[in-house]
Design a protein around this ligand. Structure first.
Ligand SMILES: [Zn+2]
Length: 83
């Protein structure tokens, strides 16, 4: 979520590649392209919390998907043994 970058201005402190600008960004995918939106400091905490909720919900969903798949594979294997 933290981006370090050069702004491109030749006289800026970031031009030597040492003191880069840091900004907090939210990266997201839209139409298969990765995009970034710069977050104002006042939004960072709320967005970070939302991203954590999303990650937790996604992990739960993936775990239930894997459990379902494991159950399916076990069921199919059992059926194969019955023949
Ligand atoms: Zn700069």
């Amino acid at each position: 979520m933290t981006h370090r970058r050069r702004c491109g201005k030749p006289n800026c402190r970031c031009a030597d590649g040492e003191a880069l600008h840091e900004s907090t960004v939210l990266s997201y995918s839209e139409g298969g392209r990765t995009r970034f939106v710069m977050l104002p400091a006042a939004e960072v905490a709320a967005v970070r919390a939302a991203v954590e909720r999303y990650a937790a919900a996604r992990a739960t969903l993936e775990a239930s998907g894997e459990a379902g798949r494991a159950a399916l594979i076990a069921r199919l294997a059992a059926r194969r043994r019955e023949r």
